[in-house]
Design a protein around this ligand. Structure first.
Ligand SMILES: [Fe+2]
Length: 163
């Protein structure tokens, strides 16, 4: 059985995906190019799928699966940091933000019970994927970034039909 703190840590990762979803939803209206929308939409899809995965784990361990409004608001508020940036600047900035999330997860995994280590290592890899995709986008490689994310999705977003 997990300690109260360990249950809180699992729930924190779940809420991190709630934050991520709210962030990418708020980011979508800021960038208009089709590849930018496709990448942001794919990252939104990634957060949704990962949230569903984490929901199983949180529930299994008796944690709270209610999606917190506070996490959503924090995700939306993070937009203020990037709303006046170019795509290149914003994606580079998001690399740094994702590294911060990853550092926190690396901290949590140190004291995690063995049963949860694979889950937490998966979360660290999840941040690695976002970091790699944002880095590619910041280097002008949006298509490669989309492919990288889409490869990991159960439900990848199709390329929109040409108008
Ligand atoms: Fe995430």
């Amino acid at each position: 059985m997990l300690s109260e703190q360990q249950v809180r840590e699992v729930a924190e990762m779940y809420q991190g995906e709630v934050y991520g979803e709210a962030f990418y939803c708020a980011l979508l209206p800021l960038f208009d190019a089709p590849v930018q929308k496709h990448l942001i939409g794919s990252l939104l899809q990634l957060e949704t799928e990962n949230k569903a995965r984490m929901r199983q784990i949180v529930f299994e361990h008796g944690g709270d699966i209610v999606e917190s409004e506070e996490s959503r608001n924090q995700g939306r508020n993070f937009i203020r940091d990037v709303e006046n940036m170019s795509w290149t600047e914003a994606t580079a900035y998001m690399v740094v933000a994702s590294v911060e999330f990853q550092d926190r997860y690396r901290e949590i995994v140190k004291t995690a019970p063995d049963a949860l280590k694979p889950v937490y290592n998966y979360m660290i890899e999840h941040e690695d994927l976002i970091i790699a995709a944002m880095r590619l986008a910041s280097q002008g490689e949006d298509e490669k970034a989309i492919d990288l994310v889409a490869d990991q999705l159960m439900l990848p977003l199709p390329r929109p039909a040409a108008a």
